[in-house]
Design a protein around this ligand. Structure first.
Ligand code: 7PJ
Length: 272
């Protein structure tokens, strides 16, 4: 019997994941997709612009944010997922109940920023469904993660965390070839730590699972440009960061501006 497709065949390098936050408060898109019909229109447009998958989320994880209940998350994302029948979908959630419902509605990937640490039942939902999963590094939790992130060696510590979570996921019955890893830019990291991690992305790629990166509009990009209070970064800087990540081996790019990233990465790929 043929097993399910590995994630690297479904998402060849480079693949673009569009971001649709069905939230009132996401730092990067400021609530533009909080209404279901706006979220649906954004997702369709991203797919038309070349996104391989669209990541739909109902809980903001921006620095300082509080969580929302499973009921509220479901209330936000279910109408969007229902309306997006036929578009390849990822669900951005740490909750087993939300992931289960999203997978029933066709989501093929679970994007869990807690790397299966948030909800003890999520690993089982992913294992039983055969969905793809993204395991992301975060130091601390969104409410407090930017207070004083501390590492002896950021790249080594992120790599060893992801290796440990990969082992946990496989032990929980998730096929290794269904898993991708994400260093979690901006999740409990200073500007300097984010840039060191990007420079040394090869150490994450060396874990031999496809690497997903979320650099799009991140505040470190605005801060390196000289605004110490930036809460977001511009598209130009996002594209440079994505191309640099691609050069270092990243496979999947979680972005808000799909067309521009597809264009930049297509040029970069043509030079390889
Ligand atoms: C990331 C994410 C990221 C993954 C967010 C935003 C901020 N999931 N969710 N990686 N960032 N896997 O919407 O840009 O970097 S929330």
């Amino acid at each position: 019997m043929q097993g399910p497709a590995p994630i690297e065949s479904r998402f060849p390098r480079p693949s673009v994941m569009g971001v649709v936050n069905v939230t009132p408060d996401s730092f990067s898109d400021g609530g533009v997709n909080f209404r279901a019909e706006d979220a649906v229109a954004s997702a369709r447009r991203m797919f038309d612009e070349g996104a391989a998958v669209v990541d739909v989320g109902g809980e903001s994880t921006r620095p300082g944010s509080e969580g929302v209940s499973a009921d509220e998350e479901l209330h936000r994302v279910v109408p969007v997922l229902e309306a997006l029948d036929g578009i390849p979908l990822s669900i951005d959630t740490a909750k087993a109940e939300v992931a289960r419902r999203a997978i029933e509605l066709g989501a093929e990937l679970v994007n869990d920023v807690t790397a299966l640490r948030g909800d003890p039942e999520l690993a089982g939902v992913v294992a039983d469904s055969g969905a793809f999963v993204c395991l992301m590094h975060m130091q601390g939790e969104p409410r407090t993660m930017q207070d004083s992130p501390t590492y002896d060696d950021v790249a080594a510590e992120v790599a060893s965390f992801l290796e440990e979570r990969l082992r946990f996921a496989v032990d929980a019955g998730i096929a290794e070839e269904r898993i991708c890893l994400d260093p979690g830019f901006g999740f409990g990291k200073t500007v300097e730590q984010n840039f060191e991690l990007l420079a040394r992305l090869g150490e994450i790629v060396a874990l031999v699972r496809p690497v997903l990166v979320g650099l799009s509009r991140k505040r470190s990009l605005g801060r390196i440009l000289g605004d110490p209070d930036a809460t977001t970064g511009p598209l130009s800087a996002s594209l440079a960061a994505a191309v640099e990540a691609y050069e270092r081996g990243a496979a999947i790019f979680r972005v808000h501006d799909v067309r521009e990233h597809v264009e930049a990465l297509t040029v970069s790929a043509a030079l390889r």
